[in-house]
Each structure stands twice: as structure tokens, then as C-alpha cells.
Write a protein that binds this ligand. Structure first.
Ligand code: GSH
Length: 217
């Protein structure tokens, strides 16, 4: 059996979420670069793996899975030495799942809506998008509560999913320390993970530079 293959580009927050999981569990994987700017996700070969043409896509033992949340939970269930990142306990697992769905259905769409609002002709669009982002930050602040991480006092795949997106968003819609002390503190602790730079920091830097370049054109 060959190594699992992660298809993607590390500028993508969803790809970085999976890379964080892969590094956290010490997965021996291959990374195949898919450049969406060059439409490499729309080739016949890639569409056979993932007809939805999204990155990340995982190929493991000849089978493909996509969506970062599904990939991360699969990788932990199959390859991690224990279940701490995605607990088998049903209640704990449901909490992790809720945070993953929050990232997928609230946080990430609001980030993309903010990006779209920058190109809108409606003068209110950006303000509205910012307000909905601040509401999402407020939810996150409450999710952490008195814990260290988003699902309790140990890391889970939900932290990785939220980290990849939030570390991108705060560059354009800051989560000020005074208003959001818990997520600010969490973010700064997450950047100290030994695999942070390789799994999230490098790709994040690339995408920030790319977005800044595009918006100055
Ligand atoms: N919810 C999906 C989002 C994946 C996604 O939309 N990825 C973007 C890059 S950030 C993509 O593949 N865009 C190209 C396309 O949809 O054709 C996940 O978590 O994997």
C-alpha cells in the first residue's frame, strides 16, 4: 500500500486544515500540488478523483475523499495513535463535529463573503460582511469559554479547521485582543505548535501576499 496522497495547494485554508492534522498525527504522506489558478483541479484525471473539483482531496489506498473536515476525521480515525484529536466518546465527538460544521457553514462562508464584498458596488456590503464576521468571532469566543481549546482542554481537529480559516481572516478583519481575548490568546498559542509554520504559516503567508497583490491592482 502506497502513502496517502493529499492533493491541494497550501494557500487554501481547507488544505492547511488537513496539513495541520497530518502533521499532528505524524502521517507519512505525499503532497501533490494542484494549482487552481491553472485549472489543474478541472482536468479529466482530477475530476475522476473528485467530481466536485475541490481541494483538498485525499487519495488513500486507491480511494478518494474530499472536504477537509471529512479528510481530517478520517485520517485521525485511521492513522492516529489515539483518538484525542477526534474522540470516540459520542458526546465529545458531537462537540468536535459541531465546531467542524460551524467552520464549514458559518466561518468559512463569512470569510468568502467578506472577500466578495470588497468587489461589491454596494457601499454597505463591506460593513455588513464585517459585522457578520465579528458575530462569528463572538461565537468562537463563547465556544472557547474557560477552556484552552475549542472543544475542551486538549487539541482536536476542530482547532485545526478553525485555525486555518481564522489565521487567514484576521489579516483582513482583525480580532482585536480587547474584544476577543480568548481567541487572540488561542491563536497565539496555536502558532507555537512545532508543525505550525510548515503546515499553516508558509501557505498563509503565500495567500496573504497574493490577496494583497490582487487588491492593489
Ligand atoms: N468545504 C470544503 C471547501 C473546499 C474548497 O472550496 N476549496 C477551494 C479552495 S480554498 C476550492 O477547491 N476551490 C476550487 C473549486 O471549488 O473549484 C473543504 O473544507 O474542503
Amino acid at each position: 500500500m502506497g502513502k496517502p496522497i493529499i492533493y491541494g495547494s497550501d494557500g487554501s485554508p481547507a488544505v492547511r486544515a488537513v496539513l495541520l492534522t497530518a502533521h499532528a498525527i505524524g502521517l507519512d504522506y505525499e503532497f501533490h500540488e494542484i494549482n487552481t489558478q491553472k485549472n489543474e483541479h478541472k482536468t479529466e484525471e482530477f475530476l475522476k478523483k473528485n467530481p466536485q473539483h475541490t481541494i483538498p482531496t485525499l487519495e488513500d489506498d486507491g480511494k478518494c475523499i474530499w472536504d477537509s473536515h471529512a479528510i481530517s476525521t478520517y485520517l485521525v480515525s485511521k492513522y492516529a495513535k489515539d483518538d484525542s484529536l477526534y474522540p470516540k466518546d459520542l458526546y465529545k465527538r458531537a462537540v468536535v463535529d459541531q465546531r467542524l460544521h460551524f467552520e464549514s457553514s458559518v466561518l468559512s462562508p463569512r470569510m468568502f463573503a467578506f472577500g466578495a464584498s470588497r468587489r461589491s458596488t454596494d457601499p454597505q456590503a463591506m460593513e455588513n460582511a464585517k459585522t457578520s464576521i465579528l458575530e462569528a468571532y463572538d461565537f468562537l469566543e463563547k465556544f472557547i469559554g474557560s477552556n484552552q481549546y475549542f472543544t475542551g482542554n486538549s487539541l482536536s481537529v476542530a482547532d485545526f479547521s478553525i485555525l486555518a480559516t481564522l489565521s487567514t481572516m484576521v489579516n483582513f478583519a482583525p480580532a482585536e485582543q480587547e474584544k476577543f481575548p480568548k481567541i487572540s490568546d488561542w491563536l497565539s498559542r496555536m502558532t507555537k505548535l512545532p508543525y505550525y509554520q510548515k503546515a499553516n504559516g508558509d501557505g498563509l503567508q503565500k495567500i496573504i501576499e497574493h490577496i494583497r497583490k490582487m487588491s492593489s491592482q
